[in-house]
Design a protein around this ligand. Structure first.
Ligand code: SF4
Length: 107
């Protein structure tokens, strides 16, 4: 992800337009934009794995649908946030589960 894409992810205003437009009611673009804000900054590294697992798990627990790469979220996002953030979130999630075994302790 280049610097422009990171700066774009930083502009997410949490409007929810991406969720409303998605036929699966997926919150993946919103969640991935928020995760990118921390994943690409030095300050975000110490709790990166735990943060990723918790946010993805919470998204699933709250009943949001799964992303199936339709792209409506990206098309309606007023900040032009890229669907590539979802790919990055998925990679981070798999890596976090492999590193931690999926176990997240309370801090
Ligand atoms: S539509 Fe864009 S700005 Fe609004 S919550 Fe989704 S990712 Fe953030």
């Amino acid at each position: 992800m280049n610097r422009v894409a990171l700066l774009c992810a930083l502009t997410c205003i949490g409007c929810g337009a991406c969720v409303a437009a998605c036929p699966n009611s997926s919150a993946s673009l919103f969640t991935s934009a928020k995760l990118t804000q921390f994943a690409k900054l030095p300050q975000g590294q110490p709790e990166r794995d735990i943060r990723t697992i918790r946010m993805v798990t919470t998204m699933d627990d709250e009943g949001f649908g799964n992303c199936s790469n339709i792209g409506e979220c990206e098309a309606v996002c007023p900040k032009g946030i890229s669907i590539n953030n979802i790919s990055r979130m998925r990679r981070d999630y798999v890596r976090a589960v492999l590193r931690t075994g999926g176990r997240v302790t309370e801090s």
